[in-house]
Design a protein around this ligand. Sequence first.
Ligand code: NDP
Ligand code: HSE
Length: 440
Amino acid sequence: MKPVRIGLLGLGTVGGGTVNVLARNREEIARRAGRAIEVVQAAVRDPGKARICGTGGIALCGDPVEVVDNPDIEIVVEVIGGTGIARELVLRAIGNRKHVVTANKALIALHGNEVFAAAHEKGVTVAFESAVAGGIPIIKAIREGLAGNRIDRIAGIVNGTSNYILSEMREHRRGFDDVLGEAQRLGYAEEDPSFDVEGVDAAHKLTILAAIAFGIPLQFSRVHTEGIAGLHLEDIAHAEQLGYRIRHLGIAWRRPGGVELRVHPTLVPRRHLLASVDGVMNAVLVHADAVGSTLYYGAGAGAEPTASAVVADLVDVVRALTTDPENRVPHLAFQPDAMSELGVLDRDEAGSAWYLRMTAADRPGVLAEIATVLGEAGISIEAVVQPEPPRGAHFAKLVMLTHTVSEGRMRDALGRVERLDVVDGEVVALRVEHLEDCPA
Ligand code: NDP
Ligand code: HSE
């Protein structure tokens, strides 16, 4: 049988990794797909640039429209990134009745509803395994492996760059900017690395995970998003002393009144498996009614781990080339006419326990004053630690853990605590999740 001809939009970290994996595992891949897969053309910005892959047999071009309009190409792999030209090219490829494989989580999270509707109309597939958690086959696991379950909660470390930075800061006390620079050199970070460290990339991925887990539309704008950029080394250290580790988590949680969608630095118990996920590794914990908890772990970024997922999508698409489009796995796991009406809860309705750090006057009665304000808001304190203040200091640090409370109530109480004369400056507040098997 003739090889399937594919065209790449982009030949950087992920595109280059894809070419290398396709070349190295050519025979194994053909045995799985039923046909060989051949890259015939690739669009790049600078055709003269050095590449991480060989380009023999691949026609390089500077105009990506050439690739999507090339009649010889059956599958287009979009690894340019962003939501501008990438959206136009993907829609044009679909319009030309080409299947698309993309690693672009921003595109899927922001424009996926439009892209999938167009693909459905043209009877083509848009595959996006590599858009979430790099090489971990999490889309397939949730969409197909857990199809018999009612999924209650997903909690995941889904940004490799942030996890790499947090791990290096904690283990080696390295500075934030230094580690971020290294993550960029290693090809982990987004073109705009603020997407990584401000939590936007994780929010893109959580949007996708929530859609396929709960059968809701993609709703990126409803994700409450905080990144790791404002984290202090001292909070990482206090968390350790209290038996926790700070992880940047994306959480999608089906509650009785709707879904919580949030991304933020989180204290997780040090004994929990998510606490051991270091470096560029990702992990996604899924709790579902029949199977219970399942955990998926692997490299979350980088050339070949991501290529692993891109090539798996290519094999899936090739296998399905001759099938009736109506009988393919739905893009977002649920049939397009069977999406749920379940709403997304407001940020203030989300419930969690909290870690608080504040600077307060070092004299008798101060702790009671603060505890009274929290108590009046119905917030109970689980633990208080007062690290030894420097000799002669009039202010001391107070570190507290609270029991679970809604975010709105905590926010009001923190405003009142900060207005107390005995409290100096802002209170640092981080959420704590125990991630026990009691999701509802
Ligand atoms: P890179 O910056 O390494 O590669 C982007 C490629 O696109 C380059 O080859 C570049 O050309 C080409 N390109 C950019 N603009 C144009 C244009 N206008 N016309 C033609 N070619 C263009 O990005 P990555 O490979 O890291 O990421 C690609 C996508 O994969 C992004 O959506 C990213 O979020 C996603 N992703 C990345 C992962 C990673 O670990 N890096 C992991 C999972 C997903 P040139 O080389 O000439 O500059
Ligand atoms: N910048 C992303 C990350 C790439 O660090 O996780 C993988 O999606």
